[in-house]
Structures are given as structure tokens and as C-alpha cells.
Design a protein around this ligand. Structure first.
Ligand SMILES: [Zn+2]
Ligand SMILES: [Zn+2]
Ligand SMILES: [Zn+2]
Length: 254
């Protein structure tokens, strides 16, 4: 299974609009971060985790040709606003986009993209077409075992996902022990680690390291970074088994 990081930035992206800090001005391409999302390729199937607000750009940069399913972690703008841009795949593939998420996520996608669900379906209106699916237990899709993992993100429930031996969870500050256990045994884990300074809705770097130490994957990648994070500096500070991800990074998960 191949996993490509399409974006590794927090909700406002990096550089931040109008910011002159060292990271926002950095020449290191690893400090340029579109909004967070990954693309999974397995057995000829393409799965997107989150349709970020930068999805159109990401699809152009990484030449995404098709999407077979989309898993959404939660309905914050930076994770769902790209859904409208998946219309082109719906038009070419001639079937609705299969979108998966918790009941909470699916309900809110219905609200945010009300125009796709209301009124008549006339192809000349070029509305998005979504088939919304609730994932509340382990499912098998395209030969992969996929489990949702529940966590809390400030005042919002979020889902992490486990795809066979790959775990992905961003945007959370609290998770129950029984949910953490669902990640036990993953080889590769991706975790949102916003910044060094405290946050009431995200893990900081220190807390993300503690989280990885509980799950003990072979390797972990941090993502969803703010402009406090300079890639080259964080890379030196992290333990051997944890790496900062960057836009365009591609990894192979066994
Ligand atoms: Zn986010
Ligand atoms: Zn900045
Ligand atoms: Zn969020």
C-alpha cells in the first residue's frame, strides 16, 4: 500500500497569510504546507483521506487521475471543502463519489453541501454527487480492513482510521484507552501534532510523542503542522522512529 501526503499543514496552511516569521519565509520546500490530506493507493484502488480546502491544487500537483472512495475525519473546512472539487471525478467516472465518515461527519457534509442533496438532479446543473456512507465499525472495502477510531477535537467528535497496518489520526486532543487499542499492531502511524505551544483541540509535539509511545508502531509520521514547526529543526528533535511528514512525501506501508 502506498501513502502519499498531499498536505501536512494546519487549517490556515503554511505560510500563513501575511506572516513574516522564519518558517513562513523559509526556503525549505518542506516548510510549505497545504491543508492536511493523504492519498492511499492499493491494488489499483485510490482512497483519499479528507478532501482538503487545497484539494484542487493537490490533485493537479500530484496528477490524481481517479478516486474510488473518500474517508472524512471530521467536517471542519480544512478537511471537507475540497469535496466540491471531486465533481470532476464524478463526471468522468460516471458514478457518485463514495464518501465515508461518522454519522456526525456525514450529517454535517449534508448541511455544508446542501445544494448537492436538494432540488432536482439535472446533469446540466453540474452538482456534486455524493453517496454518503456511515462507518461505525470495521468494514472490508477493496480488500482492506478499515476501522474507525473515535477521538475528541475540542468540541467536536473526530474519526481516525485504520487501514490494515496503517493508522491515520489528526485533529484530536483526547482519546479513550479503548479507542487507542484499535491502533495496536499498526506498522505505520500518522498523527496530527500541531505545534510546541499548548492547544485545546490538538496534540502538541510532546503529547503526540507520548501517544506514539503507547501504540509503538515501527514508524510514525507527524502532520497537520502550524507555522511554529520548522521541518529541519523538528526532524533533529524527534526520536529515531518518528519523522515529520512533508507535502509530497510518499511512503510504502506493508
Ligand atoms: Zn484540521
Ligand atoms: Zn509564520
Ligand atoms: Zn479540525
Amino acid at each position: 500500500m502506498k501513502v502519499k501526503f498531499l498536505g501536512t499543514g494546519t487549517s490556515m496552511g503554511v505560510p500563513l497569510i501575511g506572516c513574516n516569521c522564519a518558517v513562513c519565509k523559509s526556503k525549505d520546500f518542506r516548510d510549505k504546507r497545504l491543508r492536511s490530506s493523504v492519498l492511499i493507493e492499493n491494488n489499483g484502488k485510490t482512497i483519499l483521506i479528507d478532501a482538503s480546502s487545497d484539494f484542487r491544487l493537490q490533485a493537479l500537483i500530484y496528477r490524481i487521475k481517479k478516486i474510488d472512495a473518500i474517508f472524512i475525519t471530521h467536517p471542519h473546512a480544512d478537511h471537507v471543502f475540497g469535496l466540491d472539487d471531486t465533481r470532476i471525478f464524478y463526471l468522468r467516472q460516471k458514478k457518485p463519489m463514495e464518501v465515508w465518515g461518522s454519522e456526525f461527519t456525514v450529517e454535517n457534509i449534508r448541511k455544508l453541501f446542501f445544494y448537492a442533496f436538494e432540488g432536482k438532479r439535472d446533469e446540466r446543473l453540474v452538482k456534486p454527487s455524493f453517496n454518503l456512507n456511515v462507518i461505525d465499525r470495521r468494514i472490508k472495502l477493496f480488500g482492506l480492513h478499515i476501522s474507525p477510531v473515535n477521538a475528541i477535537h475540542g468540541d467536536m467528535p473526530v474519526s481516525g482510521f485504520r487501514f490494515n497496518n496503517f493508522g491515520y489520526i489528526t485533529d484530536f486532543n483526547f482519546i479513550e484507552d479503548k479507542e487507542i487499542k484499535k491502533f495496536f499492531g499498526v506498522r505505520t502511524l500518522v498523527v496530527g501534532a500541531l505545534r510546541y505551544s499548548p492547544s485545546i483541540s490538538h496534540l502538541t509535539i510532546d503529547r503526540a510523542i507520548e501517544f506514539v509511545n503507547r501504540i509503538k508502531p515501527e514508524i510514525a509520521y507527524f502532520t497537520h503542522f502550524s507555522h511554529e514547526i520548522m521541518h529541519s529543526k523538528l526532524e533533529k528533535e524527534l526520536p529515531e522512529n518518528i519523522k515529520p511528514a512533508f507535502d509530497g512525501l510518499e511512503i510504502e506501508v506493508r
